[in-house]
Design a binder for this molecule. Structure first.
Ligand code: G1P
Length: 320
């Protein structure tokens, strides 16, 4: 009789040996959410009961990145305060013995060692990344864009770090999108590597004109970058929209054969888009153990009571 083999727990990727720092560009004007973003950064808009940017920092921390640099713009204060201690609030909650809320207030500051740098002029994503140069130094680092929320149940960033540990160079997250949506993204030309979810990126183009994307693979807002990207960014002229584009710098690195892509097919939400933002809140609320059961019950009744409608244009936009 053969030996019994105990069931194995799902493999969790080993923490990256070389990447410790994450950069989170958070200097956008948030014009798509005006007037909510007139005096509040878009990154601070609540998704259920946490600001969107907290999910991003939690994702970095979950992947073992314990140093996070925020590249902020004119609304630096609210983001800084959120990831700092709130002495009076903490004292008031402690005096009431409200430990659950006290933890909720303390958690953001405990997630990682959080730093801030200001991007003086909003010259584009590539420029925001360049603002991180002094802090990052000569080490590979991750970049997480705040508009892209990856469901907390996914392990995309860990997978990217693991691919970077094996291949060196840079790694971008890719997702297959409807070609009608390609013009909203950086798009990649790719070659197979023999690993199902890993491709070699041979070219990149920022927001290609309709019908010209090199493939269905779009870059979503997660990157693991080699420090060589800084020198390339220094020399990258303004591109699409007159901005210094990270995609253009990565195109240079891809031409040198040092960029890989991890193909992601899990749950990703675009909180920079109004309709997707609403879908994100609904989905994450349904998944919450405290809110989910009651909210889902209400949602079913609400949807059942809606008049039948034909699909509107929003239904085709960046599915969440
Ligand atoms: C940025 C990048 C783009 C990428 C996208 C992912 O664009 O420039 O290459 O595909 O994020 O969300 P943005 O959406 O900020 O215009």
């Amino acid at each position: 009789m053969g030996r019994m083999i105990a069931p194995q727990p799902p493999a969790t990727p080993a923490p990256s040996r070389t990447v410790r720092k994450a950069v989170v560009p958070a200097a956008g004007l948030g014009t798509r959410f005006l007037p909510a973003t007139k005096a509040t950064p878009k990154e601070m808009l609540p998704v259920v009961d946490k600001p969107a940017i907290q999910y991003v920092v939690e994702e970095a921390a979950a992947a073992g990145l314990d140093d996070v640099l925020m590249v902020t713009g004119r609304h630096k204060r609210a983001i800084e305060d959120h990831f700092d201690h709130a002495f009076e609030l903490e004292q008031a909650l402690a005096a009431k013995g409200d430990t659950a809320r006290l933890d909720a207030v303390r958690d953001p500051a405990r997630l990682a060692d959080i730093h801030h740098v200001r991007q003086g002029d909003p010259l584009g994503l590539g420029h925001a990344v360049l603002c991180a140069r002094n802090h990052v130094g000569n080490q590979p680092f991750a970049v997480l864009l705040g508009d892209d929320l990856i469901d907390p149940r996914e392990t995309l960033l860990s997978r990217m770090l693991e691919v970077r540990d094996r291949h060196a160079g840079s790694v971008v997250a890719l997702m297959e999108v409807d070609p009608a949506q390609s013009h909203l993204y950086g798009c990649a030309a790719v070659e197979a590597t023999g690993e199902d979810d890993v491709v070699r990126v041979t070219g990149l183009v920022e927001k290609p004109a309709p019908g010209t994307a090199p493939s269905r693979y779009a870059v979503i807002g997660r990157y693991v970058l080699e420090p060589a990207v800084f020198d390339v960014l220094e020399r990258t002229p303004p591109g699409r929209g007159g901005e210094i584009q990270l995609t253009d710098a990565l195109q240079r690195l891809a031409a040198g054969g040092t960029v890989h892509g991890v193909v992601f097919s899990g749950l990703r939400y675009d909180t920079g888009d109004k309709a997707d933002y609403l879908r994100t809140v609904v989905r994450l609320a349904c998944a919450r153990p405290d809110l989910g059961p009651g909210f889902t019950h209400w949602l079913r009744e609400f949807v059942a009571g809606l008049p039948a409608a034909t699909a509107g244009p929003e239904d085709h936009h960046r599915a969440a």
